[in-house]
Write a protein that binds this ligand. Structure first.
Ligand code: GP9
Ligand code: MN
Length: 429
């Protein structure tokens, strides 16, 4: 009820962080193209297999003088996997403890999402493209609640034999066929493109295999570099197209990895990939790093070591776009603010900060990787207070979703999304 919303607001106000000034509004009015890198882990950046870079194009973007790249950015998904990542990125709300919030609440809940905010505050056209089934993760309903004007799922694409692998069209074909839709989008646009070829079990047709599989002997792991390499090539083609059309001049590109590709059930193979003697649960938490990169012509780039996670993307993006978001219900904080708390929650209550990590109830020193078994009083208090904060923010975020609290939230500047305004079938080509 309304008083629940009040307690959420009280908490968020107490933990509010003023966005950093240096980058405020540097991308104002630009198109925003968000590229979802399926199952893409940060360790792939710079990774070589048999002397060959696995992701040369993304490596280049990562190091570009026009990219703000984060190297301590973590995925925070739960069982909702991709959908949790999408939910966090566009709403700054956590996924739920179990199941997928987009599936369970995407149809009925009120949201205050990036697409709606940007169309209302910045006159953006909003669209999302994905070469997979529109009903997967309840996207065809949830996107309406998020305020997306257009959704082009698989039905908008030509799907000849051999075009489709696993959960959708192969990324190169997806990007290529998306061009005709992107060209028609009125600018400025906010567009999200969801890739899918680099998805478990990392299968790829012969003619697209242009790097060897790794040789850990773990079959579900060894194809990973191959599909990641393919995804990287697809990104390279997209970038070349953007350059050709001049779209690169007025577009802010946002790249993010949604979650791990190699799960915690593959410690041995993971150790081998990283060239380490062993791989424990703490290593596995570190393995949850995924890319977050903002790339734009003229942007003053850097490799930023701030610890953050998917929950922080929306406030960071809004800051770059110069959109005011004071008083919005967001659980994340601008990553470009020096005051960012750098406490990265995991959905199960674990966390990582620049100093400490909690992994299935055990504490570690983030820098050394040593388990903290006998913390002195001061450290113990610190650990407890971080733990409590993490638990509190997760449960308050859950309350927002479970209680559909945003229906009570009526800031003057925001008009509620009416799902009846959107019909993703009628515009079909
Ligand atoms: C399917 C895709 C996969 O459309 O986004 O989702 P995931 O299995 O990674 O959650
Ligand atoms: Mn995914």
């Amino acid at each position: 009820n309304v008083s629940d919303l009040k307690s959420v607001q009280k908490f968020l106000k107490a933990h509010y962080v003023t966005p950093g000034k240096t980058y405020h509004g540097v991308a104002k009015g630009k198109n925003v193209l968000v590229i979802h890198l399926e199952s893409f882990q940060q360790f792939l950046i710079g990774y070589k297999w048999k002397g060959k870079a696995v992701t040369p194009n993304l490596n280049k973007i990562f190091r570009s003088k026009n990219t703000i790249s984060f190297d301590n950015f973590f995925n925070q998904v739960g069982q909702g996997k991709t959908s949790d990542a999408e939910l966090m990125l566009e709403n700054s709300l956590f996924g739920l403890q179990s199941g997928s919030a987009m599936s369970s609440y995407g149809t009925s809940n009120t949201f205050e999402s990036a697409p709606a905010i940007l169309s209302q505050e910045g006159g953006y056209t909003t669209a999302v493209m994905h070469g997979g089934e529109g009903s997967f993760w309840n996207r065809n309903n949830a996107y309406k609640s998020f305020g997306y004007q257009y959704f082009m799922p698989l039905s908008y694409y030509e799907n000849k034999p051999g075009y489709y692998i696993g959960y959708g069209l192969k990324d190169k074909l997806f990007f290529k066929q998306s061009v005709k839709y992107i060209e028609k989008l009125p600018q400025p646009f906010y567009l999200k493109m969801i890739t899918v070829t680099n998805h478990y079990p990392y299968q790829l047709d012969k003619k697209n295999q242009s790097i060897d599989k790794t040789d850990t002997g773990d079959e579900t792991v060894d194809g990973y570099v191959q599909t990641a390499h393919y995804l990287d090539q697809a990104i390279g083609e997209l970038m070349a197209w953007m350059k050709k059309t001049g779209l690169d001049k007025n577009t802010l590109l946002v790249f993010y990895g949604d979650h791990y590709g190699i799960s915690g059930n593959h410690h041995k193979a993971s150790a081998e990939l990283l060239g380490k003697g062993s791989f424990n649960d703490f290593d596995n938490l570190n393995f949850q790093r995924v890319p977050l990169m903002f790339h734009m012509r003229g942007l003053k780039g850097k490799i930023d070591h701030t610890y953050g996670g998917e929950i922080d993307v929306l406030p960071t993006l809004l800051n770059l776009l110069g959109v005011n978001d004071k008083n919005t219900i967001q659980f994340g904080h601008d990553l470009l603010s020096k005051k960012n708390p750098q406490i990265v929650a995991q959905r199960n209550g674990d966390f990582i900060t620049p100093k400490y990590a909690k992994v299935s109830g055990d504490y570690y020193d983030t820098k050394t990787g040593q388990e903290i078994t006998k913390p002195d009083k001061k450290v113990k208090n610190e650990l407890t207070s971080i733990s409590n904060l993490v638990t509190t923010e997760l449960s308050l975020s859950d309350r927002v979703i479970n209680g559909n609290l945003l229906r009570f939230y009526k800031p003057k500047w925001f008009k509620k999304v009416d799902v009846k305004d959107y019909d993703y079938n009628k515009e079909k080509a």
